[in-house]
Design a binder for this molecule. Sequence first.
Ligand SMILES: N[C@@H](CCC(=O)N[C@@H](CS)C(=O)NCC(=O)O)C(=O)O
Length: 200
Amino acid sequence: MKLYDGGRAPSPRRVRIFLAEKGIEVPLVPIDMAAMGHKSQAVTDRNPLQRLPVLELDDGTVLVESNAILAHVAEETPWLPPPGLPRTRLMEWLFFEQYSHEPYIAVARNIRAYQGTAAQNAERLARCDENGGRALDAMEHRLGAHDWLTDAGPTVADLALFAYTHVADEGGFDLARWPGVSAWVKRLAALPGIVTLPRR
Ligand SMILES: N[C@@H](CCC(=O)N[C@@H](CS)C(=O)NCC(=O)O)C(=O)O
């Protein structure tokens, strides 16, 4: 298999973290996002949304959407609990990540730390700050009293949310406000194979 990867980009990084944790070395196809490499024909052919990650399996099957990729590669490992309520609990967090967390916490990080366009995006950032804070409150509600997001131990739900949460400070979210989330970030980062993102 090979992974079309975006360097510092957290969505591909989730997949890399999981594969590293499993001791699987996946060849990377490095895509220079700053040079708009994600708009290239090679990426477009595999993902018409022109987004990373893209995972190409040995038989040529192409997988997109980082959380779906995580669930696929975690099949039959403890990182993906069995079908039924344990799997449903995990999916609750994966959908939460895409709808209630990533659109605010990732976007705030991109604007503040990478584009440096905070002044031009004041209204958008205000929405990100409010809704990103609500997402972290929801995580704190669970993690203030539990070690992991679901009762199944560390799962791909934890990895999916770790990606943008552990660098949320770059988006203006000081995790000291959410002590349960902070402790969970440290707990997860201490697991074997877990790699954190380089900082700006
Ligand atoms: N829902 C997608 C989001 C992927 C995504 O937005 N990836 C970013 C890199 S972290 C990207 O490719 N952005 C380029 C763009 O949106 O134009 C997933 O989780 O895989």
